[in-house]
Design a protein around this ligand. Structure first.
Ligand code: ZN
Length: 207
């Protein structure tokens, strides 16, 4: 197999295991992928396999038409969402989808995370918007995620979890962690009378 594909498989495996280790996913939930540079391929975690038990050869190679090129398991059921994001965002090279606790808590409340933290605004590029509800694995969910992402680096999925993207999958993982921090701080600041928008975002966000 092409060297670039093998490298992408390695990145997906280690990032999936890192997602589990950091508590961003539990069991077999969530998924992650990498776009193989200068090809029509993406590689993605398989469906229904625990990250701790996942091996290099379990990672699925798909083309952008959604056809499986390599792999002994079916891809994650959210393959449609990953393909739709890569289609809409040519600069994105890696995606992580998690069920992380605090980000999901905000999504369950039917809210977005407004631009409240400097690091959130600089890295995620603004608010973390809430994508409308659709059943897992559907093309509707894929379109809702693309819409909620816009040109930013993370979004919430109603009643479900978080999607984070980046030029590299390591960036996407970092962005998921920043969503978790922002979500925790957003929730806690409500105890103290409610969060304030970062001043340089206020005009744009509150308009
Ligand atoms: Zn999910």
């Amino acid at each position: 197999m092409d060297e670039m594909v093998l490298e992408a498989m390695k990145e997906v495996l280690t990032t999936g295991q890192e997602m589990a280790r950091r508590g961003l996913v539990a069991g077999t939930s969530g998924n992650c992928s990498v776009r193989v540079p200068n090809t029509n391929y993406i590689v993605i975690t398989p469906t229904s396999l625990e990250y701790e038990l996942m091996l290099h050869e379990d990672i699925c190679v798909m083309n952008m038409a959604g056809e499986q090129v390599e792999g002994r398991h079916k891809p994650s059921i959210e393959i449609n969402m990953h393909l739709a994001i890569y289609e809409a965002r040519p600069e994105v090279g890696g995606i992580v989808h998690t069920h992380q606790t605090m980000g999901t808590a905000v999504a369950i409340a039917g809210k977005s995370i407004p631009p409240i933290l400097e690091e959130q605004v600089f890295t995620l590029l603004g608010a973390v918007e809430l994508g409308e509800y659709a059943m897992p694995g559907t093309k509707d969910l894929a379109q809702n995620a693309v819409a909620a992402l816009g040109n930013r680096n993370a979004c919430l999925l109603a009643h479900h979890g978080v999607v984070a993207v980046g030029q590299k999958i390591r960036d996407a993982l970092l962005h998921a962690e920043i969503v978790e921090r922002a979500a925790s701080i957003y929730i806690m600041s409500n105890v103290l009378g409610g969060p304030k928008i970062v001043p340089f975002m206020a005009a744009e966000y509150e308009a």
